[in-house]
Design a protein around this ligand. Structure first.
Ligand code: NAD
Length: 260
């Protein structure tokens, strides 16, 4: 059980982050949610989680593309909850374009959110984890941390890079009861994927139905989208005592994609 533990899940107002938040709440963890979006909808998500799982649930609406906002978020978790035991770096964004047309400001944003935000959050969370002799760092990377696809240069670069960060941190904190791992999902039908279907159709000159069949599920041998519950279950396992020697690794949950 994760009773008495405090978990911060970035980008948890939607999709995979919300799925992981539910799985950790089910184990009794206190939750700190983060993300952008409509305050009324977010308050409903917060209150529903608290009611369903009987845990305390907080929300911090930090824009993690800004280093100062990451710093303020970690300080707020530690001052409000007294500790930060489980850090799930999940917030991320995608942009699909041939590299020669890739807007430089989109590249900077993707690197800031998908990579640098995790670096800053880890840098600030580790001292408290070391002091308490226990911690779990989970970076939500991607199958695109292990293999590439065309037209996703910034995303694939950020996801490959976060594996290097994960491994380095794992080595630095290994003697302190802290693990650091990366989860590498295949395609999950979340708003992040829904939004890229029209752009992928345009970049490849095919229809949206063809994008789903011939691009998204082409290498995913199950021919099914991965579900957020599967990623929640893995995150909960990584937080358990049984996973205490699993560190510095990348765990694909991709229906066989990266086995090709
Ligand atoms: P999503 O779009 O459903 O959710 C993204 C979350 O991040 C939301 O809560 C959003 O509010 C938040 N967010 C966006 N910009 C932010 C910012 N600047 N500051 C703070 N929060 C911000 O996406 P998702 O598909 O659930 O993706 C979550 C993670 O999983 C990402 O890192 C993504 O790269 C990764 N991933 C997704 C898939 C997939 O197929 N959906 C596959 C592999 C990896």
């Amino acid at each position: 059980s994760l009773q008495g533990k405090v978990a911060l899940i970035t980008g948890s107002t939607s999709g995979i982050g919300l799925g992981i938040a539910k799985a950790l709440a089910q184990q009794g963890a206190t939750l700190v949610l983060n993300g952008l979006g409509d305050p009324v909808e977010i308050e409903k998500i917060r209150a529903d989680l608290a009611a369903e799982f009987g845990v305390d649930v907080y929300f911090i609406g930090a824009d993690l593309t800004k280093t100062a906002a990451v710093e303020a978020m970690i300080r707020e978790v530690e001052s409000t909850c007294g500790q930060l035991d489980i850090l799930v770096n999940n917030a991320g964004m995608q942009y699909v374009s041939p590299i020669e047309d890739f807007p430089p400001e989109k590249y900077d944003l993707i690197i800031a959110l998908n990579l640098s935000a995790a670096f800053h959050a880890i840098r600030l969370a580790v001292p408290g984890m070391k002091a308490r002799g226990w911690g779990r760092i989970i970076n939500v990377a991607s199958a695109h941390a292990l293999v590439a696809s065309p037209f996703k240069s910034a995303y694939v670069a950020s996801k490959h890079a976060i594996l290097g960060l994960t491994k380095t941190v794992a080595l630095e904190v290994a003697e302190h009861g802290i693990t650091a791992n990366a989860i590498c999902p295949g395609y999950v039908m979340t708003p992040l994927v829904q939004k890229q279907i029209p752009d992928t159709a345009k970049a490849r000159g095919i229809t949206e139905e063809e994008v789903i069949r011939d691009v998204l599920l082409y290498a995913q041998s199950t021919k099914k989208f991965v579900e957020v519950e599967e990623l929640g279950a893995l995150a909960a396992f990584l937080c358990s005592d049984g996973a205490r020697s699993m560190t510095g690794i990348a765990l694909p949950v991709d229906g066989g994609w990266t086995a090709h």
